[in-house]
Design a protein around this ligand. Sequence first.
Ligand code: PLP
Length: 732
Amino acid sequence: MRDVGPNNKTMGAGKPRPAGIPDRLGGLWELASDLSWTWNPAAPALFGAIDPPLWRRTRHNPVALLRAVGETRWRELAADDGFLRRYDAACDARDRVLGGGESAASTWFARSYAEFAERPVAYFCAEFALHESIPIYSGGLGVLAGDHLKAASELGVPLVGVGLMYAHGYFDQTLGPDGWQEDADDPLDPDLTPLERLQGADGIPWLASLQGGGRRIHIGAWRLRVGRVSLYLLDTDLEENDPADRGLSHQLYAGGADHRLRQEAILGVGGVRVLAALGIDPGAWHANEGHAAFMMVERVRRLMRDGRSFTDAVSRVRASTVFTTHTPVSAGHDVFSHAQMREWIGETFWEEFPHREELLGLGLHPDDEAQDRFHMTAAAIRLSRRVNGVSARHGRVSREIWHGLWEDRAAGEVPIRHVTNGVHLATWMSDGVAGLLDEWLPAGWRCGPGDEAMWRAARDVPAEALWRVRRRLKLRLLELMRDEARRRWPDHWPESAHLAGAGTLMSPEPLTIGFARRFATYKRADLIFRDRDRLLALLSDPARPVQLIFAGKAHPRDDDGKRVLQRVYEHTRDPEFEGRVAFLENYGLHTAHGLVEGVDLWLNLPRVPLEASGTSGMKAALNGVPQLATADGWWEEGFEGDNGWIIPPAPATASEAEVDEHDAEHLFRLLEEEVIPLYYDRPGAGCGDDAPAGWLAQARRAIEVAGARFTASRMVRDYARDYYVPSLRGDD
Ligand SMILES: *Cc1c(COP(=O)(O)O)cnc(C)c1O
């Protein structure tokens, strides 16, 4: 397969290795310079062993770590045989993870579709969550995009990612004593990341530009290696730009509508131009969510500039474009007024030629009376031959929402399909569980695209062995919460109640329920507190205790979400709950790992049908943590009757309050009558075996179902087979 990266003129040769690292350990820098280390089974522990406190302080950032280690420590390490053996193992594992050389020809994509490996698929997304040391993500969409790149690397799908480089990150969450969320910048120093600044032609610092608000805005680019995949992150933070434009790319989902419009122009229009400047010529284009729709408009514009008619340009763009929508409510999609468009990107799109009405028409929505707004999702749907939602249920919902664009068809015939989301197995399955599966699944199960027959073997894992692993993971989560508490209490917590609320009183025995996600109101983090007495009875039952751990950020401008968070936080300090309700601050990839691995039960309570897919329950399931959830998103198709629990849908005629009432009642009933009794049913208890056999049967089925059907590998294979290859082939 040809290297689909940029040509050598612009390709960074990698950052120079810090002088201190001895030659014998020089490969550490290479490991750290490519995010494939994050799913290399030997690398994280290797970095951690170099200097454990420093590793924690740097947020598990190997570049920052390697820059900070002193000469004495390097000398010790270079003479430490045990460390050298681990180092060699991690370097070997990297070769396997990357599968370069001969094994590049043996990847799934190369074996299945060798003739389509020439031109890459360009994958556009406004956020990518690859590792917590690169905080350019807010949540689910970013994690999905990051997992997509990792799986594409493993499968050998020729993909390049395009996103934005947010130098100020998303935000760092701390809660005030009253539980009100405070949002601080979470700045990102590129020197302490593997990001490489790319040069434009003749060494100029930008690769492309666009005209906006009467000024020229130059666009720079950074390159990040994610195994075989390159991710290009664009920014405007260049001296050559007007100070007002330099901040355009600073922060994710910040600012008002104008700011957002301009950011999306940088992503979409800038992305197409930067790829062209790098000599990358994609054969297919994938917009992950509507933020990137201008990528399609810009391609129409370029074709028209080159002499094609509008109709011809649109049909060419459509044939090679894939669009994934993630939002199941009409109001959740970006819409810009034509006046805004004229002001900020008019010069970009139509300064040279008179096709304004046609381009603006691409974003019209039939329900819009004034017909003076540009709907990003409507434009993306019109310009994509292949459109999908992210679960079976969300596919149906999307066909209804977007029915208006196909007046001549019945809702069921609207050409929107679905590819259910999945999570990257090597990222989200803990070492403990993966190590167990090594013994019971066929060799090579980690790399191969396993099928349902292969995953059946997960049922053979012995209950006691899984129980031991589950217990270790829970202890690790409790330790993580204590670590966080040690870090935060002197500055932030004036009262002892806060220490209890951070989970420091929690023990490993109780059934531990996790709830972690964005604090959007529809996710209903507070549903379980509707009946305080009933909850209290569950938490404080001395024979069968339960504890609850919450985590999640509210969007900085979502005061309703912040109020829900504040209410939940209040319960963590309620003395009657005896420290059995905790909140873990600053939810991100690292805390997500601790939670999805360490709790016993994963709780997910979106108000149906507002969750397009949801993925955290898949991560939990891969670790043997069954989910209890409403029949929304992926759970509607993932629930098999013996891999967790489902809250049946409320009657269609119910009001919102009635739905909440109905769902809370079912939640309590399931906990009281099924979940808790099963967890505490210990058939071998008298004989020194405290493993709950029935519970662990559910846990194994959770692993089996998630492993077979809800991994990013399955998801990317679906995209490649049904969306990318037909686009690369130019099928209609
Ligand atoms: C997986 C993940 C999400 C998405 O979880 P949902 O179940 O889709 O809400 C959000 N944030 C982080 C940090 C995650 O790891």
